[in-house]
Design a protein around this ligand. Structure first.
Ligand SMILES: [Zn+2]
Length: 483
């Protein structure tokens, strides 16, 4: 039951390396080496059983219907004597909270995963999207990497903590939330606004990170510690209306187009925060020379070489460009209603992603200056989005535990990462919880082939699912176990 089943040689290697890293990162963690280990061979079978069961539940959002997943998890947890509560904001949109009590010396740790998945086009799938087919070392199905991997890893960690009766310095709370894929009002938003005491914690681990493999080899682990903040800006151009056979100098469509073009050409200032500074520095250390030069160049954000590097990123690595500045993507334009009428108004909507430290009011002022046309109104628009929140700190016990877990399980470097999109962690960070995004290893080549999160198909390597469960276990135990 509790013998270490790791291959002896592999264990020696990884343990040696880990002890070395652990001593330099967090000396107190060395204890874990002498701890009893779960029976991983047996837990892998059980992991696969729960994972496939969850994948076979169609929780496509919309409409969501997370109820079967929540009820299944409830039954599995309660069978082991772990108390569970369900919270339902709207019919069948069920959130689950399970809690293992600690001795209260430290504030709780929240581990979370969402049970809903994005919708599918079944025609695009080689194996049916809710079949959880195992083939060639992979499991295929919607939700395999977003986010039933995190759900099952958290579940297995809870079950194993309980079975091994691990004494805890802090409560470990498992939240399986509904509605992450576009309906947070029934998921994390509902939980934060109406049942916050159920999930209030010092730290949180959730989706948002990953481990990148290239050519089958692990390159680095991303730990998500920050995210850009979504806003909407609306441009409204006004002009004189009239018969289109007589062109007018103040045509609203022309003015709007000029404003959009000016913003398209604008390069907002390059700004770094703790996360992106560490990210580019660490990425440079593991990159080929030409890339490394550019990644180092941006660290001196006011330099000419930094702006040259970001120009290069804008062409070749657009996600990196977006990580370095607040950004604007015009996405919707509305004007006119028939060909021979010059409209008096034309509107554009801009998707805006601010860096976490950027001030929304002064950003808007700058946008007005760039547009530089008094006939074009520039205002923030309404947007149903996650709240802005500061980055997670890199000097916490929770982050150091992840660093150690990465070294121990993946033998690679970790990159603190800022995602350009928003996650459910934004709601928790806004409440002061230090949240970190984690995820299993996937092949970088798999995305372009159409097997990633939200892709036509979705899959995970079985070995990487199991390694992720183990990573989860190691980190949660290191952070919560009674010292
Ligand atoms: Zn997700």
């Amino acid at each position: 039951m509790i013998a270490d089943k790791r291959h002896p040689v592999r264990r020696l290697n990884s343990a040696n390396r880990w002890v070395f890293l652990a001593a330099s990162v967090i000396p107190g963690l060395v204890f874990a080496q002498s701890q009893k280990e779960p029976d991983w061979a047996r837990l892998q079978d059980e992991t696969m059983l729960h994972y496939q069961t969850l994948l076979r539940m169609d929780t496509s959002d919309p409409p969501g219907n997370e109820r079967p997943a929540a009820e299944y998890l409830k039954q599995v947890l309660e069978r082991e004597g772990i108390p569970v509560r369900l919270f339902e904001a709207e019919p069948n949109r069920v959130n689950l909270v399970a809690r293992l009590k600690g001795n209260g010396k430290k504030r709780p740790l929240l581990i979370m995963g969402h049970t809903d998945v994005v919708t599918v086009d079944p025609k695009k799938w080689t194996f049916p999207p809710f079949s959880a087919t195992r083939n060639g070392g992979y499991v295929y199905g919607r939700g395999t990497v977003d986010d039933k991997d995190n759900v099952v890893a958290a579940l297995m960690t809870m079950l194993t903590l309980k079975r091994m009766n691990v004494p805890l310095d802090r409560d470990v709370i498992f939240l399986a939330e509904a509605g992450e894929e576009g309906t947070t009002r029934v998921g994390i938003q509902y939980m934060v606004e109406h049942h916050f005491s159920e999930i209030d914690a010092e730290f949180c681990y959730a989706e948002g990170g990953n481990v990148a493999r290239v050519g089958g080899r692990v390159q680095y682990a991303s730990l998500q510690t920050a995210e850009k903040i979504p806003h909407s800006i609306e441009l409204t151009a006004s002009g004189t209306s009239g018969h289109a056979s007589v062109p007018l100098g103040d045509n609203a469509v022309v003015r709007l187009s000029a404003a959009i073009a000016a913003l398209g050409a604008w390069k907002p200032p390059i700004l770094l925060n703790d996360t992106t500074r560490a990210y580019f520095k660490n990425l440079a250390d593991i990159s080929q020379r030409a890339d490394a030069i550019r990644y180092r160049a941006v660290l001196d954000s006011n330099s000419k070489s930094a702006s040259d590097a970001v120009d290069y990123f804008a062409q070749h690595e657009p996600r990196h460009a977006s990580m370095l500045r607040s950004s604007i993507s015009p996405t919707m334009v509305q004007a006119g209603y028939r060909i021979n009428v010059i409209p008096s108004e034309a509107k554009a909507t801009l998707d805006v992603r601010l860096l976490p430290d950027d001030d929304p009011a002064s950003f808007l002022e700058t946008v007005r200056k760039v547009v530089n046309d008094s006939a074009v109104r520039v205002e923030y628009g309404a947007r149903d989005v996650r709240p802005g929140a500061p980055s997670a700190r890199l000097d916490t016990e929770a982050f150091r535990v992840l660093e150690t877990g990465v070294a121990q399980n993946y033998d690679t470097v970790r990159l603190p990462t800022m995602s350009t999109g928003a996650t459910d962690m934004a709601y928790l960070r806004a409440k002061g919880i230090q949240c970190y995004g984690i995820g299993p290893a996937t092949d970088v080549e798999d995305g372009p082939k159409g097997f990633g999160a939200h892709s036509d198909q979705e899959r995970i390597l079985e070995t990487e699912l199991h390694r992720f469960v183990r990573f989860n276990w190691d980190t949660v135990v290191a952070l919560a176990r009674a010292k």
